[in-house]
Design a binder for this molecule. Structure first.
Ligand SMILES: NC(=O)c1ccc[n+]([C@@H]2O[C@H](COP(=O)([O-])OP(=O)(O)OC[C@H]3O[C@@H](n4cnc5c(N)ncnc54)[C@H](OP(=O)(O)O)[C@@H]3O)[C@@H](O)[C@H]2O)c1
Length: 385
């Protein structure tokens, strides 16, 4: 069976869990290794019928783990991928499923379709699923900026999909935001709400897993080649060496000199926060980390906010934990965030290049396969129940 994994750093994990605070969120409880939704049963006759389009991929595999860990209720489960994977066995919740080729009939009698098979597949099959009365939660960028399609981070703007419920007799598409955008907004929404943000400058350090299962395999292979043979031989996913290197994000370049990943941060943030009254720019970089993105964020605020108040409101935001230990020079690392539900924020400090208390710097790490993709999508699906 296909498997995607990252080894958690036990030492870091211990230190992080000791820093965790109890969240004021009735849907989740903190304090254990991860947040767990307490209210749902799993396989149940009146649960929704769920299918996963792209189950063999990096995000698809994470869907399975998140659905199980969150005890998502379901009555039927269907595993879908390309014809290449048809017949492959997938284990879920103690049962073995056979992967089916995704076709137009895949969505007959389904209630929820979790899509992570790429933009062109979403564009083709998303509307077909909706026609059949299915709710589609889509991880691709295909519908994110489409008018009428909610772009949702459940902790930030659940109201955008308030009228979408299973049993309403109709289907619909809800888009999952870009992974870097989700992680940035988990760290900054509390500040936007409290004092308003005038300008946001983001620099990302993005992991291989953000580019899918094959990119992870290539980074691992290249690392082996460099260590054993002193040179990179395999270059199938990226045209240059990735191991012990970093490069500008592989998303297509645009005429304005930004790449598509950077422009997603700009456009999606405005849609999610429902405002044009903010200036945003981003530089997105791929780094040779296997899993979990990191982002440095510089803010210009509309009103004064002290470091202490910023730290307090960020730490109280659901799904966010602080690692901000100046005495020990201990701040968020991808290994802290890897395989975790929360996003980790630290290095919260006044920007000394800006006047008064209107400039703020912070650093955030989040697992982009989890909160940046599968976990966020399953949280969205929970809002449909
Ligand atoms: N990785 C991340 O962190 C992340 C974060 C946010 C959003 N996303 C988005 O999620 C989507 C999937 O990303 P990923 O990283 O999981 O990619 P991936 O590891 O490359 O997996 C792609 C999946 O799509 C399936 N697929 C490809 N062509 C298909 C077809 N013609 N019909 C049906 N299924 C097909 C693949 O099936 P086979 O195995 O049969 O080829 C596989 O299950 C992309 O749109 C990506 O932009 C990814």
């Amino acid at each position: 069976m296909f498997s995607v994994g990252a080894s958690p750093n036990t030492a870091a994990r211990t230190s992080v869990s000791s820093l965790k605070k109890t969240k004021q969120n009735s849907r989740v409880k903190s304090g254990s290794r991860r947040n767990v939704v307490q209210t749902f049963a799993k396989k149940t006759p009146d649960g929704p019928r769920v299918c996963i389009a792209g189950v063999t991929g990096a995000v698809g595999q994470e869907f399975l783990r998140v659905l199980k860990q969150r005890d998502f209720p379901y009555s039927e489960m269907k595993m879908l991928a390309s014809s290449r994977s048809a017949g492959k066995e997938v284990e879920f919740d103690g049962e073995t499923y056979t992967t089916e080729e995704l076709t137009e009939t895949s969505f007959d009698n389904m209630d929820i379709a979790l899509f992570s098979a790429g933009g062109s597949i979403s564009k083709k099959f998303g509307p077909i699923a909706v026609e059949k009365g299915c709710y589609v939660v889509d991880n691709s960028s295909a519908f994110r900026m489409t008018e009428g399609v909610p772009l949702v981070i459940p902790e930030v703007n659940p109201e955008a999909m308030a009228d979408m419920k299973i049993g309403s007799g109709k289907g619909g598409i809800i888009a999952n935001p870009n992974c870097s955008t989700i992680i940035a907004l988990m760290a900054t929404t509390a500040i936007q709400r409290k004092v308003g943000i005038e300008r946001m400058v983001v620099s990302t350090y993005q992991a291989a897993s953000g580019a899918g299962a094959q990119a992870m395999a290539e980074l691992e292979q290249q690392t082996r080649e460099l260590v054993n043979d002193g040179e990179v031989k395999t270059k199938e996913i990226f045209p240059w060496g990735y191991a012990f290197n970093l490069f500008s994000h592989n998303a297509p370049m645009m005429d304005n000199g930004y790449n598509e990943e950077e422009m997603k941060m700009v456009k999606e943030t405005k849609k999610i926060w429902n405002t044009d009254d903010i200036s945003i720019c981003a530089t997105c970089i791929r780094v040779p980390v296997m899993r979990a993105h990191a982002e440095s964020i510089n803010l210009t605020l509309k009103n004064d906010l002290s470091e202490e108040e910023a730290r307090k409101i960020i730490s109280e935001f659901p799904g966010v934990s602080l690692i901000d230990d100046r005495a020990n020079n201990r701040f968020p690392m991808p290994s802290d965030a890897s395989d975790q539900d929360d996003c980790f924020v630290g290095r919260i400090r006044r920007d000394i290049s800006q006047k008064g208390n209107k400039g703020l710097e912070l650093f955030v790490c989040g697992d982009q396969i989890r909160k940046g993709a599968a976990q966020n999508a399953v949280q969205v699906a929970e809002l449909l129940l």
